[in-house]
Design a protein around this ligand. Structure first.
Ligand code: AHR
Length: 509
């Protein structure tokens, strides 16, 4: 453990002296909007070992697989109820030519993945492999189209190949083993077009969007939901120009926000000071302000909220694990990542009148992953456990909550609240309340006070580790795992919960 800097010590002493009694008014009698299941979405890119090794090992592999897909990963992802999966990138999408990834695998061309470590890509995982995976997982596919280096015709034909019943594209698809078209709803028109997707100005991109989107057609009952490639972080002008020049021609505009405190010194995923922990927590929470600002711009142009906002990349981004390819973005995942996930998802649950999707980056072996693999071994990360504990929020009706808590200052100067909560009610009338205590040194006692509801049976799960740096390894894959939670007391219309320091709790009532 590293030595605390004087400022961190000061903050620590301050935080220890702060009272930790929080009252949350839960307005179950005033239902909010539905939390779209897509808020719990995922992202998979041809990057490092996300696709190859992570999802796809090929049918000849000694790693147990189902038609080439890793069996362990398939099972873990099925249990997670992945609602939507974005593919093939990321930056990779704007250099991807879909025709390279169809037909007999042995004759597919090999390309250099110049965005990500110069790795040779053999295209053995392509359109069929991806869309069949989505069917196996019961997941909506989200295709990211190539605008940066591909043509309008190429993207238009890809849509036809995937979704049309008749015509030459459909015949070619059938010859490649798939007679029936797939259903593809989400179509991204480019990715990060301000950067790796073509270094465009927003005005130029807006025109490109209109051109590409025009020729991506709806075939045979398939209805495309087209996504304009949106801003990064604080680039509010990009959103403004898209709203002005693209407007209702897009079903949604996207946004990317990564939790990075310093691009030149991202820091280790597992070896960090308490001060660095609070800096990451505070930076991750800044997403709320960023969402609000983009939403505000969108409201100016679209007060009826017809155009959605999709946060189609988010998550922590640390230094790669020592000894791994810097271009492969392979990072460990600690209890700190679990807190970032829990706090972020509680925020997203409250923004769903505009925010309709969020895809964490990325599903396997890249950045803030759900699972990590090595050879034939796989582990579930702390972030996986949070997504699983929160999965009851998918398509449930949000339940408004009101509370106030202390706000502290991280060493960076950013502020963070000392408590976070969101609640929802599912179709089968179960209420899920997800709570997080980001403080490292003090428990929080929280009283949930319902409008009228008297909780009967309550069940709880907790994710907690004595050390915030705790993480799962291939030798010790259960270091951070959810446990049953009994630290609550029901009395009339209230439930009083004691959250240990640095913990995430899910209560089902
Ligand atoms: O997720 C890694 C990369 O981050 C994506 O390829 C890109 O869109 C973003 O910059």
């Amino acid at each position: 453990m590293k030595i605390l800097k004087p400022l961190s010590l000061l903050l620590l002493l301050f935080s220890l002296s702060v009272s930790a009694q929080i009252r949350v008014a839960v307005h179950e009698s005033e239902p909010g909007p539905v939390i779209p299941k897509e808020i719990y979405g995922q992202f998979s890119e041809h990057l490092g070992r996300c696709i190859y090794d992570g999802i796809w090992v090929g049918p000849e592999s000694s790693v147990p697989n189902v038609d080439g897909y890793r069996q362990d990963v398939l099972e873990a992802l099925k249990a997670l109820k992945v609602p939507v999966l974005r593919w093939p990138g990321g930056c990779f999408a704007d250099e991807y030519h879909w025709r390279d990834g169809i037909g007999p695998r042995e004759s597919r061309p090999r390309m250099i993945n110049s965005n990500w470590g110069g790795t040779v890509e053999d295209n053995s995982f392509g359109t069929h492999e991806f869309l069949n995976l989505c069917e196996m997982l019961g997941t909506e596919p989200y295709i990211s189209g190539n605008v940066g280096s591909g043509s309008v015709e190429e993207l238009a034909k890809w849509v036809e190949y995937m979704t049309a019943k008749g015509g030459t594209m459909a015949e070619e698809r059938a010859a490649n083993g798939r007679k029936e078209p797939w259903k593809v709803k989400y179509l991204g028109i480019g990715n990060e077009s301000w950067g790796c997707g073509g270094n465009m100005t927003p005005e130029f991109y807006a025109d490109q969007y209109r051109r590409y989107a025009t020729y991506c057609r709806d075939y045979d009952g398939n209805h495309l939901y087209k996504v304009a490639s949106g801003a990064s972080d604080y680039d509010y002008n990009w959103t403004k120009v898209l709203m002005e020049k693209v407007g209702r021609q897009a079903a949604a505009v996207s946004l990317h926000y990564y939790t990075i405190t310093d691009w030149n010194h991202k820091g280790s995923a597992t070896d960090f000071t308490d001060g660095e922990y609070y800096d990451i927590i505070a930076k991750s929470l800044e997403i709320e302000e960023v969402l609000r600002n983009h939403e505000h711009i969108m409201d100016t142009y679209d007060p009826e909220r017809k155009i959605d906002l999709l946060l189609d990349e988010w998550g922590t981004w640390f230094d790669v694990e020592p000894g791994t390819n810097p271009g492969h973005l392979f990072q460990q995942n600690s209890m700190r990542d679990a807190l970032v996930a829990a706090l972020s998802l509680n925020i997203f649950n409250k923004h769903t009148t505009r925010l309709k999707m969020a895809n964490i980056a990325q599903i396997v072996n890249v950045l803030q992953s759900m699972v990590l693999t090595r050879g034939d071994k796989m582990l579930l990360t702390p972030t996986y456990h949070v997504f699983r504990m929160y999965s009851g929020h998918q398509d449930a009706v949000a339940v408004p909550v009101d509370f106030s808590c202390d706000t502290l200052q991280a060493p960076s100067g950013r502020l963070y609240p000392t408590f976070s909560v969101s609640a929802s009610k599912s179709k089968d009338s179960k209420m899920l309340v997800t709570l997080a205590n980001p403080c490292l040194d003090k428990p929080q006692t929280v009283t949930l006070a319902f409008d009228a509801y008297r909780p009967g049976t309550v069940s709880g799960e907790i994710l907690h580790a004595a050390d915030i740096r705790a993480h799962n390894t291939f030798d010790k894959p259960q270091q951070v795992a959810p446990k049953s939670f009994t630290g609550y007391k029901v009395s009339g219309r209230t439930v009083t919960v004691t959250l240990p320091p640095a913990s995430v709790v899910a209560l089902t009532l």
